[in-house]
Design a protein around this ligand. Structure first.
Ligand SMILES: Cc1ncc(COP(=O)(O)O)c(C=O)c1O
Length: 368
């Protein structure tokens, strides 16, 4: 008998979230970002729901091979471009479009022998200071690429650091407009936060938007907005069951380090999920959880294979929890109650992205 823990991937929600992003992106084409194994959901599991995307964007060449193996013939963009010269052979063989963010990648292209010129996205470092050419170097990089017979169309891209917050995108957008002024080629600047918050402006939308986290039902700017306010549906549910119920007396402690001490008699449940399943160890007492569809809280420290939960609100709601009662760590309970992954992430000092991506291999995954 396997442990009762299980993750469900909701394909209808994935498809609905893609449509939601598309509505915000209006006439722009939509890259479905499926890096990190589709943000932990599994490329093969999301692929059917994302078939109506205009392209798939990812980092890993093996992931690109998997998308092609599924039968996708449309565009695939490598968001960090190639890592070594021989990657360009795979780009030719699989018709991959790739980002060019540094001189070394242009050198590799210049030395590459190919019949088929390649489509590239030249990346501007407009202020995030991770990847891309600094504004003063951008136009010379473009000119160098433009002179190569190995290169076909050159598009322009940048990535926003603050599309989800008060600083916004204006400073980077300005740098992008200045660096790319009058250069031919398509443009792509928006991630999920920019799509939801800033893509009302057709110029900012550009030709392609790159949406990741919104597809997976998480709000990029939580807690300012929730997934529900953005009309995004949860795409991953992590659920398990109670293994035991304990009666505590005032002064009794729970779990490693006795981090929780009961102030009064109370019942707690022990659920089969721990940090070895990808549940965040930093989730503290108070982190929300659903038991039998009723919202309650974690108590005590998360251990490798178990968490402990306060059952008092569950009894108060008229549910009699016991061995085998459903526990929803995030996502949608059997009764339909939703516990947003963003709320769990916030309580654990992280973001929904990290929780999805951290789902452990040992957790069985079902698709519905
Ligand atoms: C270059 C690039 N574009 C788009 C995205 C998608 O971002 P998000 O998941 O916030 O939509 C990412 C993700 O980090 C990225 O690195």
């Amino acid at each position: 008998m396997p442990r009762p823990i299980c993750a469900h991937i909701h394909t209808a929600a994935l498809a609905a979230n893609l449509e939601r992003a598309r509505r915000c992106a209006a006439d722009a084409r939509v890259w479905a970002v499926v890096k990190a194994n589709a943000y932990g959901h599994g490329i093969e599991r999301v692929w059917g729901a994302f078939r109506s995307a205009d392209g798939f964007a990812l980092l890993d060449l093996q992931e690109a091979e998997r998308v092609r193996a599924l039968g996708w013939r449309g565009p695939i963009l490598l968001l960090e471009g190639v890592f070594e010269a021989r990657d360009l052979e795979l780009c030719s063989r699989l018709s991959l479009w790739h980002t060019v963010h540094c001189d070394e990648q242009i050198d590799m292209l210049a030395a590459h022998k190919t019949q088929q010129p390649q489509r590239v996205f030249l990346k501007l470092n407009s202020g995030m200071n991770r990847l891309g050419f600094a504004p003063p170097r951008y136009r010379s990089a473009w000119a160098r690429l433009n002179a190569l017979t190995q290169v076909d169309e050159i598009s322009h891209m940048t990535h926003f650091s603050d599309a989800d917050g008060p600083r916004g995108i204006a400073h980077q957008w300005q740098a992008f407009c200045t660096a790319t002024r009058d250069l031919p080629g398509e443009r792509s600047v928006c991630n999920s936060a920019a799509i939801l918050r800033h893509a009302g402006d057709a110029q900012v939308r550009g030709d392609w938007v790159r949406t990741g986290i919104a597809l997976y039902g998480s709000a990029p700017d939580f807690p300012e907005h929730s997934a529900a306010t953005w009309e995004l549906a949860p795409t991953m549910t992590l659920s398990t069951q109670l293994l035991a119920v304990q009666q505590l007396q005032a002064g009794d402690s729970v779990g490693y380090g006795s981090r929780f001490i009961a102030e009064a008699p109370m019942r707690i449940g022990v659920a089969a999920c721990g940090y070895a399943d990808g549940y965040p160890r930093h989730a503290d007492t108070g982190t929300p959880v659903l038991v039998g569809g009723v919202r309650t809280r974690l108590v005590g420290r998360v251990s490798m294979d178990m968490v402990t939960v306060d059952l008092e609100p569950v009894f108060s709601a008229g549910v009699e929890p016991g061995f085998g009662t459903e526990v929803t760590l995030w996502g949608r309970s059997g009764s339909g109650t939703v516990l947003p992954i963003d709320e769990v992430a916030q309580a654990a000092g992280t973001v929904g992205y990290e929780l999805m991506c951290a789902l452990a291999q040992r957790v069985p995954v079902l698709t519905d």
